[in-house]
Design a protein around this ligand. Structure first.
Ligand code: PRP
Length: 179
């Protein structure tokens, strides 16, 4: 049985399920962006780094990758309601076709802020892709264009998601139990 700092982890998504869904999303994205000559994928750090890495390796198109480092939770388990940009992208996205990739859509605050922030840089196309969607937790209205799995309102860890900065390296996704 797995645990982090004594908290029991319950398996939610096996790595085979994740891999299969990542491949499906990649093929959809490939179809939708095949006419994009200047395709750029922006992964959100830190949580989105594993999903972004797996997704881009399954998209068979010429593309560039950049990262935006953004934080909302600090070290607590609850969203603080505001986000901080810790590192902006290095790329000029004017007139480019851009896909933002993140691990999870929860209250929607992060992706909506980032969407608005990047929209001001005048990309020609701006879409969003998340592996996990906690639909029931939304505080602001936001719908991602590509969603891997709808997940229950539990604290999740693994495949890039952390609990107090631990667990990002787990290949599966787990729920952290209360005791
Ligand atoms: C997490 C996650 C998303 C965001 C989603 O990031 O990676 O970016 O929260 O939550 P929201 O929809 O309620 O805004 P976090 O701020 O925990 O930082 P991390 O990516 O470094 O784990």
């Amino acid at each position: 049985m797995k645990d982090i700092r004594g908290r029991k982890l319950t398996l939610l998504l096996r790595k085979e399920e994740i891999n299969r869904r990542v491949l499906e999303l990649a093929k959809k994205i490939e179809k939708d962006f095949k006419e994009s000559p200047n395709f750029l994928i922006i992964g959100l750090l830190k949580g989105g780094f594993v999903f972004t890495a797996d997704l881009v390796r399954n998209i068979n198109l010429p593309l560039q990758v950049d990262f935006l480092w953004v934080s909302s939770y600090g070290l607590s388990m609850e969203s603080s309601g505001s986000i901080k940009i810790l590192k902006d992208i290095d790329t000029d996205i004017t007139n480019r076709d851009v896909l933002i990739v993140d691990d999870i859509l929860d209250t929607g605050i992060t992706l909506r802020c980032i969407y608005e922030f990047l929209k001001m840089k005048n990309p020609s196309k701006l879409k969003t892709c998340v592996l996990l969607d906690k639909k029931g937790r939304r505080k602001v209205d936001f719908k991602a264009d590509y969603v891997g799995f709808e997940v229950p309102d539990k604290f999740l860890v693994g495949y890039g998601l952390d609990w107090g900065e631990l667990g990002r390296n787990l290949p599966e996704i787990y729920a952290v139990e209360n005791q």
